[in-house]
Unconditional design. Structure first.
Length: 147
């Protein structure tokens, strides 16, 4: 939430999935942004994005973030307790999702479909946040949580 990020593509092509932004340079945009070699993209603090390489060739990117040592990393999902949007990731030994509003902690669990524990936040075709299993590609409207 408090980190500005700039990505400069040296080789290949990066695809960034974004939510609708409130920052002036990306106002009312959302969906996919493609950045080619020699181009850069900036995301303002609070702009949710996820980057990936959709090509078969290598992608070389310089990623810059400011302020340094930011610990306020969030994912765009509502708290199951109070419905506050934007859970903070606590990167302790066992990753925990913490609501910045009510303080409740939620522990992610493995994919309900295949049991794999590599789940990623992404955007659906309708530009809504979803969770995708990197193993079986199952999609969920919110992170699977331990009860």
């Amino acid at each position: 939430m408090d980190q500005e990020e700039v990505f400069f593509v040296l080789e290949g092509e990066a695809t960034f999935e974004t939510l609708v932004s409130s920052s002036p340079e990306h106002a009312n945009t959302g969906g996919e942004i493609t950045v080619k070699a020699g181009e850069a993209v900036r995301f303002a603090p609070g702009d949710f994005q996820s980057g990936k390489n959709e090509a078969t060739n290598d992608l070389v990117v310089i990623a810059l973030g400011a302020p340094r040592d930011s610990e306020d990393v969030r994912i765009p999902f509502a708290c199951p307790t109070c419905d506050h949007d934007g859970l903070r990731i606590d990167p302790s030994e066992n990753v925990t999702l913490v609501c910045p509003d009510c303080g409740d902690e939620h522990v992610p669990r493995a994919c309900p479909d295949c049991g794999h524990d590599d789940l990623r936040a992404a955007l659906s075709e309708c530009a809504q946040p979803i969770v995708v299993c990197s193993n079986c590609r199952a999609e969920f409207e919110s992170p699977p949580l331990q009860t």
